[in-house]
Write a protein that binds this ligand. Structure first.
Ligand code: SF4
Length: 280
């Protein structure tokens, strides 16, 4: 059994939090470059160029791309032959988040209770999803998830009779309802199937898919392409001021479900699609 010191995990997470806030990953900056070339509206093009300039400055000057540095969401894949030395994995991650948000001068955006609204001042607790896999590696994916886009997300329990058309209409309707609120151009994460909670989790996880890669599931790849076209035809455009690029991408994950249900969840993500992946 291989072991990783909890302090190493915390230090890795500390760096990931700062990197996520200041450096957009390559797939997102590539998608923004493509959007700049494709956008037909002059105002839309101007906005995308300003977004790209902001992204460049964030990377070069190591400053946060947005003032909302988000809730820290983690997807962990832990090999069954690797352990943590010196504490629990969850504690190691939360320590790293606390250090990263402090050292990176990032806004702490977490309250201890949804109703009394007292800020924890550490950006913890993080939201952590664990999955056990084969091997002796620990893979940590971190997203800094802003509230403007998260608040525009929706879930619906459709009936199987509503089928693919019902699913697609709900997704497009969700993007339309959000309009400028999720800071377009957006990334649309979709979960289809599973149960109530599984499809919500799939929608979040779908956002981690590389924007430049085709979905390996041919049915989902076809639906993603169709939805991207429909969403961009809504005319919302960059920052909601009109244009032909409303979304940078649509990513879908699916899961088996009950014969009598068809859950669908849409997790909206803004152009500041901040995520980092590290394997230890
Ligand atoms: S939705 Fe995204 S870009 Fe807009 S304020 Fe929130 S984190 Fe920033």
């Amino acid at each position: 059994m291989r072991t990783i010191p909890s302090t190493k995990i915390s230090e890795t997470v500390r760096k990931m939090c700062i990197q996520a806030a200041c450096e957009l990953p390559r797939d997102v900056s590539d998608a923004l470059e493509k959007a700049a070339a494709e956008e037909k509206s002059p105002v839309g093009r101007d906005i995308i160029e300003r977004i790209r300039e902001n992204v460049r400055l964030g990377r070069e000057e190591q400053r946060p791309i947005c003032q909302d540095t988000g809730v820290s969401v983690f997807f962990i894949q832990k090999g069954c032959d690797v352990g943590v030395d010196g504490g629990t994995l969850g504690n190691a991650i939360n320590t790293g988040v606390k250090l990263g948000y402090e050292d990176g001068y990032l806004r702490k955006s977490v309250v201890r209770h949804p109703l009394d609204r007292v800020n924890t001042k550490t950006n913890t607790p993080a939201v952590i999803h664990f999955e056990e896999v084969e091997g002796d590696k620990l893979t940590i994916c971190m997203m800094a998830k802003g509230a403007g886009c998260e608040n525009m997300s929706r879930l619906r329990m459709l009936t199987p009779a509503q089928g693919e058309e019902g699913v697609k209409d709900f997704i497009v309707e969700t993007v339309k309802k959000g309009w400028a609120n999720p800071c377009p151009p957006v990334v649309v994460g979709v979960g289809i199937g599973g149960t109530f909670e599984v499809c919500a989790l799939l929608a979040k996880k779908a956002l981690l898919g590389d924007l430049g890669e085709k979905n390996p599931d041919p049915i989902l790849a076809r639906i993603e392409a169709e939805l991207l076209e429909r969403i961009n035809n809504l005319g919302i455009g960059p920052q909601g001021l009109g244009g032909t690029v409303t979304a940078l991408g649509v990513r879908i994950l699916a899961h088996p479900c009950h014969i009598a249900s068809l859950p669908v969840a849409v997790n909206m993500e803004c152009h500041a699609h901040r995520h980092v992946k590290v394997t230890l």
